[in-house]
Structures are given as structure tokens and as C-alpha cells.
Design a protein around this ligand. Structure first.
Ligand code: ATP
Ligand code: MG
Length: 303
């Protein structure tokens, strides 16, 4: 049996009358990069805080490697909290050494690890600067270093990519990939769905405190109707309106996007297109994660 990773099992949480999580369930497998997406207020941060034990669940359980999480296993977690948690007046190097020491590293190990991550994350020129004097993106790099300083066995990162420049996005992506390649389960939340689609092994879409879709991007796409792209320059407007099972998504300059269920006979659509004149393009396009997200997350989902 494959080793268990980080399991969030039927976790529920209320704040007074607000149901923040109801039966939230998913697993981040060892060596897997898991993208956690959802509207503002969907429950991502609450889930991550509960996984870290910063917040207690009303019910349900979080397990790692098959065991309920304890104080000592929690020390093996690397966490980037949403509210960030650096000491503004402390210098970058001192900050990282201090955090490493808190995690039980010796003075020498703490210095070595801090210097390694400072170099790796392009912070050498900033190592003697107070954290508060750094730009937002550089503070975030320090925050990533803080999450990694003790060589954690699990990584939980709340919106690590927000506010990063494209170079820092690449560095962050590279580091996360390295960690998963070393067999570590990594979960991060993000609103940058293109990035999530590109990077993640699996994705979980959360809506109103529940996991509403979970799987590889391809699995999620397979469950959604594919769009048909038809380029028929001479087709009159509305040419596809009467085809059974097909709805028109957009129609512009002879290029029509049609939403068609998998049971729709695409050859019938092609015939209808050919009846209008030449067809220059006819293809199926699986929806991007952004579209899947819109399909499963309703406007009312925003809290
Ligand atoms: N301390 C709190 N007191 C009361 N309600 C809270 C508290 N923290 C969160 N909530 C509520 O719990 C729900 C889930 O919030 P959460 O912060 O987990 O969402 P999120 O998915 O992280 O959103 P975002 O994308 O905006 O970061 C929301 O309705 C929020 O208002
Ligand atoms: Mg959040």
C-alpha cells in the first residue's frame, strides 16, 4: 500500500453562525503538489490553519503518514501563513537563524540552513536588512525560507505566489517541485489558476467550505463538456442555433465556440458547418481550469 500523506478527513468548523468548513476531505499524497483553489471566503485558510493546529476543528481529523497529528509531528511541517509571521524589525539572517533554532537546529546548522536559503532565494544582498525594509515580494521570499528552514517533511503554503514577480514565481515553483521530487506532500492555495493548472499534480476546488471537485486537471476536464471550435468564415450568424444538444458560447468573425456534451455527434455539427461554406478549423477544446472553476463555483459562493 502506498504511504499515506497529509489527510484532511471530514473536518468541520463554524465561527458562530458562519459555517467555514463542512466535512472538508482530501489527501495530499507523498511527493504530490496539490493546488487548493476557491473563491474568497471558501475555507482554504481555515483548512490550512486546522492542518497546522493553529486552529482547532469542531470535528474531523487531520492525519499525517496515517497517524493523527501531534505536537512533535507538527514540528515537521513547514507553514507559510496567510497573515505572514515575520518580525518586522529583525534582520533577515537573524530572523531565519532564530526560526531554525526554534525548530531545534543547532547554532551551526541554523546558520548553514539560513545562508543556504538566503542564497537560493536570491536574498544575499538583503541578509543584513530589517524585514520591514524589504519589498513585499522579498518579504515573501524570506517567508518561504522560514517555511523551509528546518527541512520540513510536509509543506502547507497559504497563497505563496501572491505578489511575486515572474522570476520569484519561477524560483518558488522550482523549490516546490524539488520538495515534491524528494517525496514531500506539498499543498498551496492560490487564485492564480493558470499557475495551478501548469504546476500541480492534483487540484482541489473548494466552495462554501466543501471540496466540490478534486483530481488531476485532466480528470476534472474529462468530466466537463468540451467546447467545439468552428471556423467557417461564410457561416451566417446563428447558424448553429438549431443543432440539438449544442449551445453557442461565442460567435465572432466566422469563428464560433460551441458547448457540446460528449453525447453530441460532432460530425453532425461539422456537416451543419460545411453546409454554410468552407470550414477552416474544426476542433475540440477541453476547458481550462479557470472555466472549470467558474462552472463549479457559483457567484453565491463568494462570502
Ligand atoms: N476569525 C474568524 N471569525 C469569524 N469568521 C471567520 C474567521 N476566519 C474566517 N472566517 C470565515 O470563515 C470563512 C472561510 O474563510 P477563509 O479565510 O478560510 O477563506 P479563504 O478560502 O482562505 O478565502 P481567501 O481566498 O479570501 O483567503 C469565511 O466565511 C470567513 O469570513
Ligand atoms: Mg485565505
Amino acid at each position: 500500500m502506498p504511504q499515506a500523506g497529509l489527510e484532511i478527513d471530514n473536518v468541520s468548523k463554524r465561527y458562530g453562525d458562519v459555517v467555514a468548513l463542512s466535512d472538508m476531505t482530501f489527501e495530499v499524497r507523498p511527493g504530490e503538489l496539490f493546488g487548493f483553489v476557491g473563491s474568497n471566503g471558501a475555507g482554504k485558510t481555515t483548512t490550512m490553519r486546522i492542518a497546522l493546529g493553529v486552529l482547532a476543528a469542531d470535528s474531523g481529523e487531520v492525519r499525517w503518514a496515517g497517524e493523527p497529528i501531534t505536537l512533535s509531528t507538527r514540528r515537521r511541517f513547514g507553514y507559510m501563513p496567510e497573515e505572514r509571521g515575520l518580525y518586522p524589525k529583525m534582520k533577515v539572517l537573524d530572523q531565519l537563524v532564530y526560526l531554525a533554532r526554534l525548530h531545534g537546529l543547532s547554532v551551526n546548522e541554523a546558520h548553514r540552513s539560513a545562508e543556504d536559503w538566503i542564497a537560493r532565494l536570491g536574498l544575499k544582498a538583503r541578509r543584513e536588512d530589517e524585514v520591514q525594509k524589504l519589498s513585499l515580494g522579498n518579504q515573501q521570499r524570506v517567508q518561504l525560507a522560514a517555511a523551509l528552514i528546518h527541512d520540513p517533511s510536509v509543506l502547507v503554503l497559504d497563497e505563496p505566489f501572491s505578489g511575486l514577480d515572474p522570476v520569484a514565481v519561477d524560483v518558488m515553483s522550482q523549490v516546490l517541485k524539488e520538495k515534491t521530487a524528494a517525496g514531500i506532500p506539498v499543498v498551496f492555495s492560490s487564485h492564480q489558476l493558470d499557475l495551478v493548472q501548469r504546476l500541480c499534480d492534483r487540484v482541489g476546488i473548494v466552495d462554501k467550505g466543501r471540496m466540490v471537485a478534486c483530481g488531476t486537471v485532466d480528470e476534472l476536464r474529462a468530466g466537463a463538456p468540451a467546447d467545439l471550435i468552428v471556423h467557417a468564415p461564410q457561416a451566417p450568424p446563428g447558424w448553429a442555433a438549431g443543432i440539438p444538444g449544442v449551445s453557442v458560447v461565442s460567435e465572432e468573425d466566422g469563428r464560433t465556440v460551441l458547448r457540446a456534451g460528449d453525447d453530441v455527434d460532432d460530425q453532425a455539427v461539422l456537416k451543419a458547418a460545411l453546409a454554410t461554406g468552407p470550414v477552416h478549423e474544426f476542433s475540440r477544446r477541453r476547458p481550462a481550469l479557470t472555466e472549470l472553476f467558474r462552472n463549479v463555483v457559483t457567484e453565491e459562493g463568494v462570502r
